[in-house]
Design a protein around this ligand. Structure first.
Ligand SMILES: Nc1nc2c(ncn2[C@@H]2O[C@H](COP(=O)(O)OP(=O)(O)OP(=O)(O)O)[C@@H](O)[C@H]2O)c(=O)[nH]1
Ligand SMILES: [Mg+2]
Length: 308
């Protein structure tokens, strides 16, 4: 919804782009001061475009958090890369993110090329900022040469070292973003933070707990289907199915004597009660759906193919 804007008010889409695991979602949450995207130490955590709206007296920033750009190996991966590329096209300002501890990797270079190609193809010149994240764990002596190298690439209008975890320099990043937004009225009500449905956020919070509890190939093979989400008198009743791809993964997620699933459920319930502000009953089931990441029917059911 638009409204009469004060003179000089700015509003636009800002896409957060980068390879998996550089901290895009952590940056989004830190800038908003609220959790709208899930985070994990495993790559390819974000699978959808996630809108995060920040409204200030002088501007409304519509951040688009995106899946990490990578070489896809199945239909879900191809969808994720498409989503990220579409967000590049949609952006008024692009923020490319790298991991300051890792420096510029081959995967980052492919991200830079994708950004350059997208800008060349659509012929619209847009500001591109580089955020060098995780400076809290980066080697200080290597940071300055990295910064110089990034500035020399000729792709970025500005390169800003930040830490999403400590909040270091985030204000500066935000200021540089806002300064480059087009002028115009706001699109969302000031109190709106995201366009995700309650069901999507619930599903994501449960998946986050499965990611936190498992390792290696299991996190990639997990999806969460919400079977029931119902506000009762005093509690919200949630029943969800955790999909995995193989029997062995099901055994891992359930754990010995059901201990792992119990732990996932307890932590997820705590997070859900915080999100919903109500007491939650949470029932979790684990189901094998072989090859779901290439199964269009299931992907659609999970909301991963809608609009593509
Ligand atoms: N030390 C440190 N860790 C960070 C920082 N930002 C993010 N992380 C960690 O990096 C990991 C990945 O963060 P995410 O925000 O999930 O990364 P992402 O880029 O969204 O990853 P995908 O969704 O997989 O593309 C998590 O373990 C974060 O806690 C930072 O500034 N400092
Ligand atoms: Mg993410």
């Amino acid at each position: 919804m638009s409204s009469a804007a004060p003179a000089g008010f700015r509003c636009g889409y800002v896409s957060l782009i980068g390879r998996p695991n550089v901290g895009k979602s952590t940056i989004l949450n830190a800038l908003l001061g609220e959790k709208v995207a899930i985070i994990s130490p495993k790559p390819q955590t974000t699978r959808q475009r996630i809108l995060g709206v920040l409204t200030r007296p002088e501007a409304q920033v519509m951040f688009l958090d995106t899946p990490g750009l990578h070489k896809p190996e199945h239909t879900l991966g191809r969808y994720m890369v498409e989503v990220a590329k579409a967000a590049i096209e949609e952006a008024d300002v692009l923020v490319v993110i790298i991991d300051g501890r890792a420096g510029i990797t081959a995967e980052d270079e492919r991200v830079f090329s994708s950004v350059k190609n997208a800008l060349r193809e659509d012929g619209r010149k847009r500001p591109v900022l580089l955020a060098i994240n995780k400076v809290d764990i980066a080697s200080k002596p290597k940071l300055l040469p990295l910064l110089e190298r990034c500035a020399k690439l000729g792709i970025f209008d500005d390169c800003i070292p930040i830490s999403a975890t400590t909040g270091d320099q985030l204000k500066i990043l935000l200021k540089e973003i806002v300064a480059r937004l087009p002028e115009g009225p706001r699109w969302y009500e000031p109190q709106q933070r995201t366009d995700q449905t309650r069901e999507q956020m619930v599903s994501e919070l449960i998946r986050e707990q499965v990611l936190a509890a498992t390792r290696q190939e299991v996190p990639h093979a997990v999806a969460v289907l919400i079977d029931e989400l119902e506000d009762r008198d005093k509690v919200t009743s949630i029943r969800a199915t955790i999909l995995v791809e193989r029997d062995g993964q099901k055994a891992i997620v359930i754990g010995r004597g059901g201990m792992m699933l119990k732990q996932i459920g307890q932590e997820a319930r705590r997070q859900l009660e915080r999100l919903l502000g109500r007491k939650v009953f949470l029932g979790l089931w684990v189901k094998v759906a072989e090859g779901w990441r290439s199964d269009e029917r299931i992907l659609r059911q999970l909301g991963y193919l809608s609009g593509s």
